[in-house]
Unconditional design. Sequence first.
Length: 558
Amino acid sequence: YGKGRVFYTSFAHDRRAWEANDTREHIFAGLAYTLGTLKADDTPSVVIEKKENVSSLEKLASEVLDPKKAGAVSDWRYRQECEFRLAAALFECKDKKVALDVAKRVFARRDVTESLRGVAARVILSSDATFLNTVLDDSSAKVRQAAFGYGLNIPPKALAEALDGRPSEIKCAIIAKLVENKAKCCVKKIASLTSDGDDTVVIAACNALARLGGVENVEMLNDLRKRGGNIGKAAEEALEIIPGAGEKIFDLAKEDKSLLAVAGKRAEVKLFGRWKEFAFSSDKAVRKVAWRGIRNASSPLTQETLTQWFIAANDEEASTAGNILWQSALKSLDENDREKALVDIWKKSKGASRKKVEELLLRDKGLKALDVWECLAKDATFGEDAKKAYCEAASQIIKGGGESKALSRNLWKAKASRSAHNDNAMKAIDGDIRTRWSSGFNAKGASFELDLGESCFVNEVTLNTEKSANDTPAGCEVFVSDDGKNWEGPVATCDDKTKKSTTFSLMLAARYLKFVQVSARKGLYWSIHEVEIKAGMDIKKLEEIKKTAAAFGLKEVK
């Protein structure tokens, strides 16, 4: 028809139809043709030129609109076919003047189907935007919907003017159409709807402002955010993505600290420096939220600034700052550059920040970290501090002692903050790779806790997920404890890029381990089929470490 063939079927809406061979062959042939695997003659059987198109349209209109025509009323199937063909002809007609005339006649008739009147409404609106109010006032939902179909270009100004006095459903549809048309010229009108009495309209307006609005809408959206509920959530989500509003949000956050969480989700690298005043606030709670935002906005581009902040961080934030610096910048460096960067930062750091660097170096290099401190022990300026660092690391390693091997799981116990179905935590340590613990969907913040039964030196922990390859953690932090109540860390982290298994190098003594998922993957669980732990180390190497540590001043460690 026209320039090609149309494949359409309403067959197979039930099982009986699908069981008919001819129906299946018909559908599969159409699909095969569409995919290009079935070659067929697709030369148009009917080519309608402009003149024929016009005459065909007028003839069809006469069949539908003139009740005196044979079959127009008595045979409903024939009438239905005529209406369907008339709708297609209205769209196909190249003579817009003729199409408009027919469409107006069709729209005025109440005895034709709503679908045909809806098509007529679209044809009229494509030529006359002032007809919008007439369409929106129509009693038929199908006719009203005609104003919002894809490809119909009604001027944004006409849409905005049609908002006044409309039902909520229509207001929401108009707002969606303005967003589709990227109608920034209507932002003020959309913003005025945030005071509407219907929550659905207010939420739709917030969603629209997220895409069309700007800095001028920030304060209003922030007021709506404070209302809570669905409106508050919609306003907050708008603030998280509204373009060009980052600076304003930081300005308001000086008085309204709850906006820091919003700034954190925006994660704007170009505004990274704005976090400094909050990261070093006298308010501990503010510092905590600020460092979360810093984590989101950090990247290799912010390494220099983040390094300075880490060195100056309060002892309470040193561990968090160090993990962020490691994850966002240092981890991606090659081994030699990473070691050099860590040593340089260690030399500039003090207190908890320096201790964190020592932890990171031990985590990254394992026993080779001792070689770094042994070499630095000869340095005139930092030699004594390096000896202390060696002794600190050595004491942890010596406490573990023994030959490096897989840790027996006889005394292990496991629990989790949440579990899906029957996938309880103990299935992650039952020795059967076919069973698993899983978190269920949307498990951001979910934790898996392991009691080893006794304190031991843990070299390495692997969370085996090979049987559920995509269910590795969406970012993870590892914490350790001697009593299962007071936790230290995170002592190790991972990003969300691991597949099949996730391995953490710990190099420390502990009894309890806790793994906390930082984020979540949409549509996926976090699963663990088995936990595998390597503990202890080579006896000969252990004696060498003891000897060097003793020379550096370490008293005997039991």
